[in-house]
Write a protein that binds this ligand. Structure first.
Ligand SMILES: *Cc1c(COP(=O)(O)O)cnc(C)c1O
Length: 430
């Protein structure tokens, strides 16, 4: 029997099942998708009219709130001027303006921007820049260095440098060459440096790709800035191209514009996506230093970066990104970031000694802790937690036993309180 939704139509979640194949989903065990019909600020609304606080900003994208007027109005205007044009041989104002605005907030050594379509291709380009940089200079370096539990996306290069998991296991025989080091946690820093030096002498390493300070997919694991700085310094001394994957950490989430701003050694290449376009349209960007760019600059055509996606620098996506950067650098959003950080700090302080809370950690507006319960009592703990939060109108996406918040900067204090109290209820009831 078909159900109907509040518009009186057959349920979308039922129609969905006929033809749609969802990401990161085993349809046999998770057949039903929740249909969302509307979003505004920090809230999303389902087809039955129930509302949820978007505690993860829809995968860390819509940091300035869903359907933010300041962004949608500019994109609507741009849409009537210039929708799309080839970016090879042509340019346009939204791309030029975006490049100028990004240069104001990126680490000072960044000079050039290469467009792509999403986070995976942003890191794919980062990897290609590192490999081809050495190729163009005539160096025999074909190996990438990465952290053991990193996540860099779902395309082949990005999968290769990611830690092994259900995401990439089926393809491991087809990967590019990668060697790995553990993340520095403060206690193992000398051990990590020792391993790094060993790898540097044993392998011809072209580049090091890393998520600076916070590894999102590894369950918001945070690592030691001093330890990462030591690694980056050694990489630079050995002419290893440092590729910061800031797809998750970029655009204010760590409390600074980029996580790399916490580090002394700046990356040669930075990968951006997710909050880049404020959750409105998909786009990725890879920035690099003049030195990297110069290795591709030649009369020899084959030394160029021959990579180009059809929708490269789409004017609408550039317009959304430019509006996003304008918001990010505004006093209002900067004040919101401070407010959310301070609010998380107080909440963390309040629950940190609770016996079920371990590894409580925070950087900027990202707050996470691990729920210390007997996992085997719950079957699939993660799914039970997800459902528990959703029933209370809170959209959080626990990873294993890790509960984390990365909400839009514009979330209200009352909405934050609602997330916190649902977490406190979990601490009571699980
Ligand atoms: C999400 C993510 C990616 C992949 O981005 P997509 O847009 O999903 O392809 C890459 N790196 C990091 C750190 C991410 O968080």
């Amino acid at each position: 029997m078909s159900k109907t939704n509040i518009s009186g139509n057959k349920h979308l979640s039922e129609r969905d099942q006929k033809h749609l194949w969802h990401p990161l989903t085993q349809h046999k065990v998770s057949p039903e998708m929740l249909a969302i019909t509307r979003a505004s600020g920090a809230r999303i609304f389902d087809e039955d009219g129930k509302e949820y606080i978007d505690g993860i900003a829809s995968w860390y994208t819509c940091m300035y709130g869903h359907c933010n007027e300041a962004i949608t109005s500019k994109v609507a205007r741009q849409m009537q001027e210039l929708d799309q044009v080839v970016f090879s041989g042509f340019t346009h104002e939204p791309a030029v303006k975006l490049s100028e605005a990004l240069m104001e907030i990126l680490p000072e050594n960044q000079q050039k921007l290469f467009f792509n379509d999403n986070g995976s291709t942003a890191t794919e380009i980062g990897i290609k820049m590192a490999l081809q940089y050495h190729h163009n200079l005539g160096n025999d370096r074909k190996v990438m260095l990465a952290f053991e539990e990193g996540f860099h996306g779902d395309t082949f290069g990005a999968m290769s440098v990611s830690g092994l998991s259900v995401y990439n296991g089926a393809f491991k025989d087809h990967f590019i060459a990668v060697v790995r080091i553990p993340v520095p946690n403060g206690e193992n820093n000398t051990e990590v440096v020792r391993k790094l030096k060993e790898l540097v002498s044993d392998y011809k390493i072209a580049g090091f790709i890393y998520e600076p300070l916070v590894q999102g997919a590894a369950a918001m694991k945070m690592h030691d800035a001093k330890g990462l700085d030591d690694i980056l310094r050694i990489c630079k001394e050995n002419e290893i191209v440092c590729v910061a994957d800031e797809v998750m950490t970029g655009f204010g989430k760590t409390g600074k514009y980029f996580a790399s701003d916490y580090l002394e050694t700046k990356p040669d290449v930075i990968c951006m996506s997710k909050a880049l376009t404020a959750g409105l349209l998909p786009m990725g960007l890879t920035s690099c230093t003049q030195e990297i760019y110069d290795a591709f600059y030649s009369e020899d055509i084959s030394k160029g970066l021959f990579h180009g996606h059809t929708y490269t620098a789409n004017p609408l996506a550039c317009t959304a990104a430019l509006a996003g950067v304008e918001l990010l650098t505004s006093e209002e959003i900067q004040a919101d970031i401070k407010r959310v950080m301070e609010s998380h700090r107080r909440f963390a302080e309040k629950i940190k000694d609770h016996p079920k809370v371990t590894n409580s950690r925070q950087l900027g507006v990202i707050y996470a802790f691990d729920l210390n319960v007997k996992m085997e009592r719950y079957g699939n703990l993660r799914n039970k937690l997800f459902k528990y939060f959703m029933d209370q109108g809170v959209f959080l996406r626990p990873l294993g036993n890790t509960i984390y918040i990365s909400a839009p900067y514009v979330i209200s204090d009352a909405e934050l309180e609602k997330i916190y109290s649902s977490i406190e209820q979990v601490l009571e009831e699980f």
